[in-house]
Design a protein around this ligand. Structure first.
Ligand code: 13P
Ligand code: SF4
Length: 399
């Protein structure tokens, strides 16, 4: 191993949501280059509808479930990140894909669509703090560590969709796979057929929850690799013994739910069902009644009987929408304090109106492009995910 360890990147983690300038190595915020309409403009809805109608089938608008209502109303299709990746790939005729979601999703759409199509993110500041927690230089340094220990050959890299195209490219170059919260178990099943260890990026919670609750591994089979420490803060023995090497990343929204919030809602609402996303901490998922992806959460609530009570551990825009759509059920946010995903919320109606009107005017704003080499290797890892068997199977119920 190298004797002096140097932090491979000084760009990790800090989000500059309202910052100016760009940083191509991260998902940090950058300024909006255009003149946005005022949020108070009473004609915003009509303007968005008129611009969308003028564009017709030339534009296809994708909306992630965590987007605001004011934006979701203009989505041609809504979904979780897995469904939206497939929808983007299935629309070769749309000239413009307007992605109402976050930066890594738009990158994936660019990789999966044809060269003639343009993928647009209405606000370039819509990054993801989790994706920023794994920077290519850090992951390459970790891989060097595994190589020096002689265990890289038996390690399969698996990255969550919530990672930059650079990281997906790294995974494709090293014979790994992308996964989403809908198919993490199938991705890990596949990975453990290829090798005896997995390097799971960047969400430690999805990796740990899937390995322990769905694959039958123990917590002792998992180690936590901290990219800010030499050798990840782990000994050679720990890395050699581990089956799951979990990257020290997390979602700033789902990571805030605690065991206390589960216990508290059970005390306040007798008979409540606790339903959480697998990006939540292990102790929260273990204490919950049900766990699954965003799409799974929606389907579970839809299928629930009238009068049932549900505490949802996921993003607040979705929880609010589900509560409004199901007034016959008692649907509440798991935590007492409200919490939107601040970067998802960056896409608002003024940004959408501006984007659509720019397209009508013949200008393409905020295009997301992934360089050809990165796109090629990332596509290998994404295609491997899309080829996983049983893509439509829902995750199992916990507890
Ligand atoms: P899914 O859309 O895969 O459920 O992921 C949730 C999320 O945090 C997206 O950013
Ligand atoms: Fe990233 Fe979490 Fe927001 Fe999803 S909800 S975009 S993982 S910060």
């Amino acid at each position: 191993m190298t004797s002096t360890w140097v932090e491979p990147s000084n760009t990790a983690t800090a989000l500059l949501l309202l910052g100016r300038g760009s940083d191509p190595d991260t998902e940090r915020g950058v300024e909006c280059p255009g003149d946005l309409p005022a949020p108070s403009d009473p004609d915003l809805v009509a303007r968005a509808a008129a611009a969308k109608a003028k564009l017709g089938s030339r534009v296809f608008v994708l909306g992630h479930h965590y987007q605001r209502d004011e934006v979701i109303q203009f989505a041609d299709v809504t979904g979780d990140s897995f469904k939206l990746a497939r929808e983007a790939a299935a629309r070769p005729d749309a000239e413009y894909i307007v992605f109402c979601g976050v930066h890594f999703m738009a990158e994936s759409a660019d990789i999966l669509t044809t060269d003639a199509q343009r993928v647009i993110l209405p606000d370039l500041a819509a990054g993801c703090s989790m994706a920023d927690m794994a920077v290519l230089g850090q992951v390459e340094a970790a891989w060097d560590t595994l190589t020096e220990l002689g265990i890289a050959g038996e390690t399969v890299p698996v990255t969550y969709m919530n990672s930059s195209a650079d990281i997906k490219g790294f995974v494709g170059r090293n014979d790994g796979v992308v996964c989403t919260s809908s198919n993490a178990k199938r991705a890990l099943d596949w990975a453990f057929e290829q090798g005896s260890k997995v390097l799971f990026l960047p969400d430690q919670h999805l990796g740990r929850n899937t390995a322990v609750l769905e694959m039958g591994l123990s917590l002792d089979d998992c180690v936590l690799y901290d990219p800010h420490k030499p050798g990840g803060g782990l000994t050679a023995g720990q890395l050699r013994a581990a089956k799951m090497i979990l990257w020290r990343g997390h979602c700033s929204v789902h990571g805030r739910f605690t065991l206390e919030s589960v216990n508290d809602v059970r005390e306040r609402v007798p008979g409540v069902n606790v339903l959480v996303h697998p990006e939540c901490r292990h102790e929260v998922v273990t204490a919950a009644d049900y766990v699954g992806s965003t799409e799974y959460i929606i389907k579970t609530v839809e299928a629930a009987p009238a009068g049932s009570a549900w505490a949802l551990g996921t993003e607040l825009n979705l929880v609010r929408r589900l509560a409004l759509a199901h007034p016959d059920k008692q649907i509440m946010f798991l935590d007492k304090a409200v919490c939107y995903c601040s970067t998802m919320n960056r896409i608002d109606l003024p940004h959408l109106v501006w984007t659509l009107e720019e397209l009508v005017a013949g200008r393409v704003p905020n295009q997301i492009t992934v360089d050809a080499d990165t796109a090629h290797h990332a596509r290998v890892a994404l295609d491997q995910m899309l080829a996983l068997p049983g893509a439509a199977t829902p995750p199992p119920v916990v507890a």
